[in-house]
Design a protein around this ligand. Structure first.
Ligand SMILES: Nc1ncnc2c1ncn2[C@@H]1O[C@H](COP(=O)(O)OP(=O)(O)OP(=O)(O)O)[C@@H](O)[C@H]1O
Ligand SMILES: [Mg+2]
Length: 230
């Protein structure tokens, strides 16, 4: 599902955020990306969602090498990935409903379908009934959950979530992680960058650890050639 082969990422200012990173994530896995602030977690997720391109090495997502993907194919590629941003990136001038509906609107889904799916997604994050509110009228934790609802509304086969529980109290954080776990149990691949080691240990899922841009743990099974082409 996701394969990194000796991937390095250097930003234009010269900063090398990832160095020689290789790992493989199978379909339906729930994987936590951990590491200190600045270790490269967000950069790794951005390379998967094609928000950044690698400087060296190959990133393969869903059997497609992102390095050779033509710019005009990127929107279609992104439609298959639900992204939860670290700063949630909600549209401030649009109500919750519109924010969550966005991926479906972009994909041209019928209105009735949009209505049904948006409500289902809001229900899953415990925000049903808040559709008409503006993001500013919500708490930070609620805004974070709107971002999660938007990521899951299109039922993508892959979800990458950057600190999705950073602003949630422990109970809500656990709820959100359980939600991701349930997705992975039905075949959705989920990558979660998080500082919350308690939560990670609680779930006993696989953990990829970054330190100063290098993978220091969890990369076992490097590049199994049989599954690599999936
Ligand atoms: N757009 C950018 N331009 C230049 N340098 C960047 C950019 N984005 C990140 N970096 C640098 O790359 C390194 C890794 O950043 P990244 O955001 O991936 O870390 P992180 O592990 O997500 O940290 P945090 O836990 O604080 O979110 C940092 O040193 C950061 O300063
Ligand atoms: Mg980050």
């Amino acid at each position: 599902m996701i394969q990194f082969e000796r991937v390095s990422k250097r930003y234009p200012n010269g900063r090398e955020a990832l160095t020689n990173v290789s790992f493989f994530v199978d379909r339906g896995e729930l994987v936590f990306i951990t590491g200190r602030s600045g270790a490269g977690k967000s950069t790794l997720l951005k390379l998967i969602a094609l928000l950044e391109r690698p400087t060296r090495g190959t990133v393969t997502v869903n059997g497609r090498s992102t390095g050779v993907l033509k710019t005009r194919h990127i929107p279609a590629f992104r439609r298959h990935i639900g992204v939860v941003f670290q700063d949630h990136k909600l549209l401030a001038d649009r109500p919750v409903f519109d924010n969550v509906a966005l991926p479906l609107v972009v994909a041209g889904a019928p209105l009735k379908e949009i209505d049904k799916r948006v409500r289902a997604a809001l229900d899953q994050v415990g925000l049903l009934g808040k559709e008409r509110l503006a993001p500013m009228e919500l708490s930070v934790g609620e805004q974070q959950r709107v971002g999660i609802a938007r990521a899951i509304v299109g039922k993508p086969p892959l979800i990458v979530a950057d600190e999705p529980t950073g602003n949630l109290d422990p109970d809500l954080a656990l709820e959100v992680m359980r939600l991701f776990k349930r997705f992975s149990e039905v075949g959705v691949t989920v990558l979660v960058a998080t500082h919350d080691l308690h939560l990670v240990r609680e779930f006993g899922s696989r953990e990829l650890t970054l330190a100063s841009g290098q993978l220091t743990g969890g990369a076992a099974d490097p590049l199994p050639s049989l599954v690599a082409s999936r």
